[in-house]
Design a protein. Structure first.
Lengths: 110, 111
């Protein structure tokens, strides 16, 4: 089955600083990949998804961008973080019957 | 209207109680349905898929009503370890196979 590696686990960044979160997948090829964000006490909001290399779809216009430079690599970025970017970021991969998640990155923008 | 709606709770129940969660979805073309469990500050994990005929896994029973666009999860004989947030998830059938999550229902099982 798929394994998702996501790092870092926690991150504290100042407002206006850049961001790069990386996610890599093992155990599958050409996966559908997703970035979700979860604000404190809230549900998961789909940010971006990708069905292949270089193919990115954005669900919510915002301060973030995503890239998929390799088949099993998905990167979430920002040029300048806002306070509202704080949250729990989760990378997910869609398997045959379910979605598998990385362990998440807890981002605090200060 | 949200694509997937759940009662946020919290549901505060004693051990041994039976508790039911409900979920409604707005897109009638949705094809796949799931319940995920999320523990505090952890990633969501699949609890069970929901099939049209309904399905049971131990103390957990999931049901789907396509006509009403409604999904339910029943937990019997609640355990302390069942305390978590339960997320209703719907998957579309376009090429993205996007998973749309409800905001979750929080369950607290007390001794």
């Amino acid at each position: 089955s798929q394994t998702i590696h996501q790092w870092p686990a926690t991150l504290v960044q100042p407002v206006g600083s850049p961001l790069s979160l990386e996610c890599t997948v093992e155990g599958t090829s050409n996966p559908n990949l997703y970035w979700y964000r979860q604000a404190a006490g809230r549900g998961l909001q789909l940010l971006f998804y990708s069905v292949g290399i270089g193919q990115i779809s954005s669900e919510v216009p915002q301060n973030l961008s995503a890239s998929r430079p390799q088949d099993r690599q998905f990167i979430l970025s920002s040029k300048k973080l806002l306070l509202s970017d704080s949250g729990f970021y989760l990378c997910a991969c869609l398997g045959d019957t379910e979605a598998f998640f990385g362990q998440g990155t807890r981002l605090t923008v200060v | 209207r949200k694509e997937v709606e759940q009662d946020p709770g919290p549901f505060n129940v004693p051990e041994g109680a039976t508790v039911a969660f409900n979920c409604t979805y707005s897109n009638s073309a949705s094809q796949s349905f799931f319940w995920y469990r999320q523990d505090c500050r952890k990633e969501p994990k699949l609890l069970m898929s929901v099939y049209s005929s309904g399905n049971e896994d131990g103390r957990f029973t999931a049901q789907l009503n396509r006509a009403s666009q409604y999904i339910s999860l029943l937990i019997r004989d609640s355990k302390l370890s069942d305390s978590a947030t339960y997320l209703c998830v719907v998957r579309g059938m376009d090429s993205s196979y996007k998973l749309i999550f409800g905001s979750g229902t929080r369950l607290l099982v007390r001794p």
